[in-house]
Design a protein around this ligand. Structure first.
Ligand code: ZN
Length: 241
């Protein structure tokens, strides 16, 4: 587990590899070896893994604990502690101290750093960033670069999949709209044809109606008189017989 219960929500002080500004004596201009978590005096500090603990004292670190997790080649250091346990073996989750401001400290906070193999304070590359350290797995190892890249790739893949899905949905929506437009165009053409037919039929019907009601009709008048002439001529021929 993480050293503090509220680890993720607590404000950071100096972060990993942050350069100490002037005013920090021999530390000024040098990189910070770990991560500072700002918390109230007396906040409980937990044993992160099963393992051994050693109490150390320092001018800079104040009351310190060095933690040696079982089966892992790392050393985790807590510094500036108000109170702490004595040397011994502890189980993950046991309270092993409290946040304080002992040593070279400007306020209550936990300084936590993690070394690989041995503590080499002049070799920053031997330290692991507590923020990228995997506190939650039983391996308790730093997430490898490959794992981080795989995770990043998997996230990008999800983004691409989501984008492809959106594109497919939009294409499908476009096709649907196209077919609706096509359908409406066809219907419009049919309605237009029906309308023209209706007009033509109406004209024909009006002409018929005019004939039936004997209305004078310029178009048909000539035909009528021609027909009357033919009829009277036939009548006259028949009369001569
Ligand atoms: Zn610190």
């Amino acid at each position: 587990m993480k050293p503090l219960k509220d680890w993720d929500n607590l404000k950071n002080g100096f972060t990993f590899r942050q350069i100490y500004p002037s005013g920090w004596g021999s530390l000024s201009g040098r990189p910070h070896l770990g991560l500072d978590k700002i918390a109230g005096a007396g906040t409980k500090l937990y044993m992160p893994f099963n393992g051994k603990v050693e109490a150390h004292d320092g001018i800079q670190g104040g009351n310190c604990l060095w933690i040696f997790p079982n089966g892992k080649n790392i050393i985790i250091r807590y510094m500036h502690m108000l109170n702490r346990v004595n040397n011994g073996n502890f189980k993950e989750g046991e309270v092993i101290g409290q946040v304080g401001s002992t040593g070279a400290s400007s306020g209550n906070h936990l300084h936590c750093d993690i070394s690989q193999g041995s503590v080499q304070i002049s070799n920053i590359n031997n330290f692991i960033d507590p923020e990228t350290f995997n506190w939650e797995t039983k391996q308790g190892e730093q997430m490898s670069v490959i794992e981080e890249l795989q995770k990043a790739c998997a996230e990008k893949d999800q983004t691409i999949i989501a984008r492809d899905k959106t594109i497919a949905e939009l294409q499908s929506a476009c096709l649907t709209k196209d077919s609706v437009v096509e359908d409406l165009t066809q219907k419009n053409a049919l309605i237009g044809k029906d309308y023209k037919n209706a007009i033509t039929d109406n004209v024909k019907l009006k002409k018929k109606l005019d004939i039936l009601t004997n209305k004078p009709n310029n178009d048909l008048g000539a035909n009528w008189s021609l027909l009357a002439w033919i009829k009277s001529t036939i009548k006259k021929i028949n009369e001569r017989k």
